[in-house]
Design a protein around this ligand. Structure first.
Ligand SMILES: [Zn+2]
Length: 326
């Protein structure tokens, strides 16, 4: 079995010029309170080279493709997916693609999902935690869950700004993002999506929002709801701990122990959130993660930095001519 010496980054964004222009036409100049940073393939490759990242899975960040009134979401998704696929064709051993879907039109979303996997060779999917107030787990997305499950798809759940923001001096990305991720994860479990579609591999951004920290509380909430107990008979914690978690913006010496204990070393994946996290912070986070992982059992570091991602994304392992584990 070949081993990869470099890392795999599962949380890495592309911002195509056409997408930036589509946002600007709708007067959207930021993502959750952060200005849209400059981006190019070159910038991605540079930050990857500086941090020993062999391959990054590219995804569109918030606000996603369902922007404004959702009109044109299909065209925007298609254009972003084609652009991402083109980058992967040019650099098959440096990039992978997580496709975007026009999620609130489930029929079109399924169509785009099929196109992305069958024609563009996408490696997985990115979905926002919520779109226009609809959270992942909503019954309206049933056809999408079916298709994702049929394909055993890996889905990165990316946070976004919820529809309502309290009046406190915190941008959405500072606090609401992690709560939105947690809300989506809980909705998927409590509404039985994780029970009924067990082959979808969900990746929660940013160490699962606050899932590891409030897992006990979520379990109590589940127990108190007969509908949730029926929909998710194994218990909320059991489904939540089967999800995957990326390390983006979470490599602190207090968050990582909770994450590792909650998820186990096989379910944690390296994420940088470049370019929203700029190169100095990517480097700082990489260093903090390395330092923490070197203090754990041997093998844990390589699992989190690359091995788990290669298992989760067999198409990536194939392109790198590596054997996925197990
Ligand atoms: Zn991100």
């Amino acid at each position: 079995v070949n081993h990869l010496t470099g890392k795999v980054d599962v949380h890495h964004h592309l911002i195509p010029d056409d997408y930036r222009a589509a946002l600007a036409r709708r007067n959207i100049l930021d993502a959750g309170g952060r200005p849209l940073p400059p981006w190019s393939v070159r910038r991605s490759l540079d930050v990857m080279d500086e941090n020993a990242i062999t391959l990054s899975l590219l995804s569109i960040s918030t606000p996603g493709v369902w922007i404004g009134d959702g009109h044109d979401a299909y065209e925007i998704a298609r254009a972003c997916n084609e652009e991402g696929a083109e980058i992967v064709r040019e650099h098959p051993r440096r990039f992978g693609l997580l496709a975007s879907l026009p999620i609130l039109d489930p029929e079109l979303a399924v169509e785009e999902l099929r196109y992305a996997f069958d024609d563009l060779d996408a490696d997985g999917v990115v979905l926002l935690s919520s779109s226009a107030g609809e959270y992942l787990g909503t019954p309206i997305l049933e056809p999408v869950y079916e298709e994702l499950n049929r394909r055993r798809a890996a889905v990165l759940i990316h946070p976004t700004r919820p529809t309502w923001m309290p009046d406190v001096p915190l941008e959405a990305f500072t606090l609401e993002f992690v709560v939105d991720t947690t809300r989506a994860a809980a909705n998927l479990v409590f509404r039985g999506v994780t029970e009924r579609f067990p082959d979808i591999r969900w990746i929660l951004s940013h160490a699962g929002g606050v899932v590891p920290f409030i897992g006990y509380r979520l379990q109590r909430g589940w127990k108190g709801r007969p509908d949730a107990v029926e929909a998710a008979p194994r218990g909320a914690l059991s489904y939540l701990r089967e999800m995957y978690f990326d390390t983006a913006l979470s490599a602190s010496p207090w968050a990582l122990p909770a994450l590792l204990d909650f998820a186990g070393p096989d379910r944690v994946l390296l994420g940088t959130d470049f370019p929203f996290v700029q190169p100095p912070a990517v480097e700082e986070q990489s260093g903090a993660l390395e330092e923490f992982l070197d203090s754990r059992q041997p093998g844990v570091r390589s699992a989190i930095e690359s091995g788990n991602a290669l298992t989760l994304f067999p198409t990536v392992a194939e392109r790198l001519e590596l054997q996925p584990r197990g």
